[in-house]
Design a protein around this ligand. Structure first.
Ligand SMILES: [Zn+2]
Length: 287
């Protein structure tokens, strides 16, 4: 599942769609049949509402909040936000034809195509269809964003992190589960939670209420370091994640515990399911 660095990289790569107009929106049969059977497959509002809101709009700019990517759309004085989440296996591509998508799985599983004014297309492909697209009037209308912690590089993010972890509702939870909560810190999923806990020497199973403020500061700095290392490596390329251009990052080669057999100090890595995800850690380096 793409985490903050991967979504940030998608946003940067898609800057090529800025200043183009969405002339027509094409929606796949899978999305339509999902909607016809009462499921909001990918498009989280009526398909007609979505296409009406996006068509004839200019893409002014792109932004990211946590793991959400958004496009600011404008036509005269009308402004809309199209906000998307890549889910487990979503990917955007900006190209001239579907044939340019190298991976057959993504080419086959296109879900929404935005036909743009320069005869290119912005394609949203999603193999497992856990992704989301919707239009909203303001970011403040969208609850997950309203509840979200500050961005990791925002002023006050560290203070927010410490007070959110220390909140009584989190005291009895495993620290790993708490840092995967976007109201505590944005954008850390399973991989970067495992890596930052190793980096700061904290056991993922430790109760959040038992981690000192000094160690929480170290953990926050580890999360930032891991995000920034990943950004510099072009993100992680594992299982279903692909960047918008179909390229691949190198962060997976820098993992210290995630999907490793031994840690950098040569100890055996333990695995256990925490917060519903397979967690990798070292009982000698982490306490
Ligand atoms: Zn170790």
């Amino acid at each position: 599942m793409p985490e903050l660095p991967e979504v940030e990289l998608v946003k940067r790569e898609l800057s090529t769609v800025q200043n183009l107009k969405i002339e027509r929106v094409e929606v796949s049969e899978k999305v339509r049949s999902g909607h016809n059977s009462g499921k909001l497959t990918i498009v989280k509002e009526p398909v007609d509402t979505f296409t009406d809101n996006a068509e004839n709009m200019n893409i002014i700019s792109l932004g990211r909040r946590g793991k959400y990517l958004y496009f600011i759309l404008q036509n005269d004085d009308e402004v809309k936000y199209m906000i998307g989440h890549l889910g487990m296996s979503g990917a955007f591509f900006h190209l001239k034809t579907l044939d340019e998508i190298v991976e057959q799985n993504f080419r086959k599983h296109w879900q929404v195509i935005f036909h743009l004014s320069d005869e290119t297309m912005l394609v949203y492909a999603d193999i497992r269809r856990f992704g989301e697209l919707r239009t909203i009037d303001r970011l403040g209308d969208f609850l997950p964003v309203v509840r979200m912690a500050p961005e990791y590089d925002d002023e006050g993010a560290l203070e927010h992190f410490i007070s959110a972890v220390k909140h009584p509702r989190n005291a009895g939870k495993a620290i790993k589960a708490v840092i995967m909560d976007s109201t505590v810190v944005t954008g850390a999923g399973n991989i970067y939670a495992c890596e930052s806990l190793y980096d700061s020497g904290i056991l993922p199973t430790r109760k959040a209420g038992n981690v000192s403020v000094k160690r929480l500061r170290e953990l926050f700095h580890s999360i930032v370091d891991v995000f920034e290392l990943s950004l510099s490596q072009g993100g992680s390329t594992i299982s279903d994640y692909r960047s918008s251009t179909g390229g691949s990052g190198e962060m997976q080669n820098r993992f210290k515990v995630y999907q490793r057999k031994t840690c950098p100090a040569g100890h055996n890595i333990m695995t256990r399911v925490i917060a519903g995800r397979n967690t990798f850690y070292c009982t000698k380096c982490q306490r």
